[in-house]
Write a protein that binds this ligand. Structure first.
Ligand SMILES: Nc1nc2c(c(=O)[nH]1)N[C@H]1C(S)=C(S)[C@@H](COP(=O)(O)OP(=O)(O)OC[C@H]3O[C@@H](n4cnc5c(=O)[nH]c(N)nc54)[C@H](O)[C@@H]3O)O[C@H]1N2
Ligand SMILES: Nc1nc2c(c(=O)[nH]1)N[C@H]1C(S)=C(S)[C@@H](COP(=O)(O)OP(=O)(O)OC[C@H]3O[C@@H](n4cnc5c(=O)[nH]c(N)nc54)[C@H](O)[C@@H]3O)O[C@H]1N2
Ligand code: SF4
Ligand SMILES: [Mo]
Length: 683
């Protein structure tokens, strides 16, 4: 009989699933969703259902290595942990002496969503070192800033409540691919008569299963939101009582919305004016109506402001009052654990720098590596991320990573494109092999995972590696001796009512604990009676800055650029991948080597399905396989993200095309505002 153990999926996904794994003789034989978990409900997405293939892949990195050839060539030789740690400590010490500690740059994102391995011992280490601080903007910072601006909190409707909705709008949200555990609740709602709409420039699998799909011009959601407000306010369909009691800036909003009549909105968004009117009426008069917003809309120039406008809609129609109303973009803000206690930013004052270090925006990594001065970046310590493949303006990123005078350390599970640029490459455990505490960004359950499988070879967790590095650097502070359980107890030492009283013992017993967001069995209605987290305590419309301008790289943006590169390229999430995490698996590589084109655009270029095409703009070019069908409208193309560069015929992926221009607020990346041209090419 197999031993059934528990774990938690650590991938960067809103669902944060509870897992069960059969273990026989120390080897995992089957991975499945925990049927007892209220969100996981016994099933997994396609990618993690196959995670054991990754876990036991012969390509797992198992030993520390040092580079033995040019950067990027991928040649390494095995060394001992002692040699690896000594080399790193020596180099970080000499770089600090020569350039100052800010010449060291950590680079990490959400390769694991665990608190300890994601932002735990690593943060303590870099704070104590006095390294530059990384602004982690690559994914959600524009949308996050938008929510904070309007609602004051980064949370919203519980996923469980979607079953009660009568109208569900998936706005820039590919639910079937990126948060599939919301889908059963939508199915249940539809069985009870709910309608389900999608707003997306790409007709994704989610779009194909919707009752109506609105194919919007990329980056124009702010104009649509203002158009909906125009109709709602013009026809007096708003909830005047809610607006009067719990919002600010209504008069200015009325003025702003008046500037966006349906004809203008049609021209700006590509959505038929009749559809704008009908959607506005339906949204305002259907109760309850819920919006599932996701991060797709905020990866463009006005993306943060678009989130501000969309997240104002539920307040306008009063839907925060209703079970099954409101909006969800993220739930992460409810996990009010003691992050400062975990990360210990105060250690910076004990660093050689003696003050808070400078901040470097991760979406501008290429610039940071090639043109930052005072001091220049001389060491890059990379973990939980694969910037050589996922960061925008890739040619500049690679140019920086190939600098001979840059010392690079990479903590990885696989030898991806970033690993190929390491001077020292360290093998790390997977989430099945280490302890961690998990928050979620699509539900409200805090979860604990203990190691379910033994760590193979000489792999170590991030926590352990940074603990050892601290020791090598001679950091005597107690905090570097803390165990995983000590760190979890620190995190749980929070006075916030959502977290207060949750203990490690309870988590060890129950594995998954619902935050104290409402009484047991009661729905969480965060803004039913106002209680916004903004300075005014109200939902802040802020209409003065809600004006729409098209993204620079879009059909209505720079006509000079458009005359050279007439197509709008969206590199949205691929269905069965996780950014670049599964990039070495053939099935993931297949899904991320395709370019979807509309038949009009394909015909003009004599391109047919199966042709190899070259996609290019002023920043670079890459090769893909054409797929001509109705996924995108004319003028737009879609290339699911992102493949490993080194598996592509020209060793590059679509991020050679994306720019490092930042979003309006939050300093985010504008991945989905990108003009390109496509041509057929020979084999
Ligand atoms: N299968 C799978 N799941 C994932 C990931 C993955 O790579 N693959 N990645 C994870 C990560 S890191 C994240 S951040 C989440 C993101 O989850 P989502 O935000 O749902 O994913 P995206 O593909 O970024 O964007 C969602 C949709 O927005 C659309 N979109 C793009 N531009 C616009 C626009 O201007 N307006 C509108 N209305 N829609 C637009 C895209 O076509 C896409 O279908 O998913 C996570 N889950
Ligand atoms: N063109 C385009 N580019 C994009 C996007 C897009 O939609 N289009 N999406 C953007 C978004 S939203 C995001 S979030 C980023 C994501 O980009 P990344 O944060 O780089 O995410 P992944 O590509 O999944 O890489 C995560 C890496 O972490 C490693 N890892 C996992 N667990 C651990 C661990 O415990 N320790 C260590 N040391 N490593 C671990 C995995 O092996 C994997 O290589 O990409 C961005 N780039
Ligand atoms: S990637 Fe998301 S849906 Fe898939 S198992 Fe992990 S948390 Fe669940
Ligand atoms: Mo992301």
């Amino acid at each position: 009989m197999p031993d059934v153990r528990h774990s938690v999926c650590a991938l960067d996904c809103p669902d944060c699933c509870s897992l069960l794994i059969n273990v026989e003789d120390g080897k995992g034989s089957q991975l499945r969703g925990d049927p007892a978990h209220p969100i996981t409900r016994g099933f997994l997405c396609g990618k993690v259902a196959r995670y054991l293939e990754r876990e036991y892949s012969p390509d797992r990195l198992l030993y520390p290595q040092k580079r033995s050839d040019a950067k990027g060539a991928g040649k390494f030789e095995r060394i001992s942990w002692d040699e690896a740690l000594d080399t790193i400590a020596e180099r970080l010490t000499s770089i600090t002496a020569e350039y100052g500690s800010e010449a060291i740059l950590p680079y990490s994102y959400a390769g694991t969503m665990g608190f300890l391995n994601g932002a735990g011992m690593d943060r303590r280490f870099f704070h104590r070192l006095g390294a530059s601080r990384l602004d982690r903007t690559i994914c959600s910072s524009a949308g996050g800033a938008g929510l904070i601006h309007t609602l004051g909190f980064k949370y919203g409707t519980e996923p469980e409540q979607f079953r009660h909705s009568k109208l569900i709008i998936a706005w820039g949200a590919n639910i079937l691919a990126t948060s599939v555990h919301l889908w059963p609740f939508i199915v249940e709602a539809r069985r009870n008569g709910a309608r389900f709409y999608t707003i997306d420039p790409v007709r994704t699998r989610t779009g194909r299963l919707s009752d109506k799909h609105f194919s919007i011009f990329p980056g124009s959601d702010l104009a649509l939101a203002l158009g909906l407000m125009h109709v709602i306010l013009g026809e007096n369909l708003h909830d005047a009582d809610y607006v009067a009691n719990y919002t600010t800036g209504f008069e200015a909003l009325k003025k702003r919305a008046a500037e966006y009549p349906p004809e203008r909105v049609e021209a700006l968004t590509g959505i038929d004016r009749g559809d704008v009117i009908a959607l506005a009426r339906e949204y305002a008069t259907t109760h309850p109506a819920a919006i599932r917003l996701n991060y797709g809309i905020q990866r463009s120039d006005r993306g943060g402001t678009a989130v501000r406008a969309i997240s104002a809609l539920p307040a306008l129609v009063g839907s925060w009052r209703e079970v099954g109303g409101g909006l969800q973009l993220s739930t992460s803000g409810a996990f009010q654990v003691n992050r400062a206690g975990l990360e210990m930013p105060e250690l910076q004052t004990r660093s050689p720098l003696g003050r808070e270090a400078r901040i470097v925006n991760m979406s501008e990594l290429g610039k940071a590596l090639t043109s930052l001065s005072d001091p220049p970046v001389q060491a890059l310590v990379n973990y939980n991320s694969n910037p050589a493949a996922i960061a925008p303006h890739q040619n500049l990123v690679i140019q920086g990573m190939r600098r001979e005078d840059l010392f690079t350390v990479v903590l990885e599970q696989f030898q991806n494109d970033t690993a190929d640029h390491a001077d020292i490459l360290l093998p790390v455990t997977t989430f099945l092999e280490h302890t961690d505490l998990y928050f979620a960004y699509g539900h409200y359950y805090l979860q604990l995972a203990r190691p379910a499988l033994p760590a193979p070879g000489e792999t170590k967790s991030n926590v352990e590696i940074f603990r050892l590095l601290a020791e090598r650097m001679g950091f005597a502070d107690d905090c570097f001796g803390h165990s995983e359980d000590d760190m979890i107890r620190t995190l749980l030492a929070s006075e916030h009512p959502f977290v207060k009283g949750i203990t490690l013992e309870q988590l060890d017993r129950e594995r998954s604990v619902r935050l104290n967001i409402s009484a047991a069995g009661e729905p969480f209605l965060p803004f039913a009676h106002g209680n916004f987290g903004t300075p005014s305590g109200r939902c802040e419309f802020g209409a003065e800055t809600l004006d729409y301008q098209p993204p620079v790289e879009s059909r209505l943006g720079s006509q000079e650029l458009r005359s050279l590169y007439p197509l709008e390229m969206i590199s949205a999430k691929s269905h069965d991948s996780m950014n670049s995490t599964f990039g070495n698996q053939a099935w993931a590589d297949r899904q991320t080597s395709v370019l979807y084109l509309h038949e009009d655009d394909a015909r003009k270029r004599a391109i047919s399905t199966g042709d190899r095409v070259r996609m290019f703009n002023g920043r670079g070019s890459c090769l893909l396989m054409a797929q001509v069908d109705g996924v995108v409208r004319p003028g737009a193309v879609c290339a699911p993200a992102v493949r490993w560069n080194k598996l592509a015929p020209d060793a590059r992926n679509i991020n050679v095309l994306t720019s490092d221009r930042l979003t309006d607020i939050g300093g985010g990346a504008t991945f989905y505002s990108c003009l390109v041209e496509v041509e057929k090419c020979g084999d």
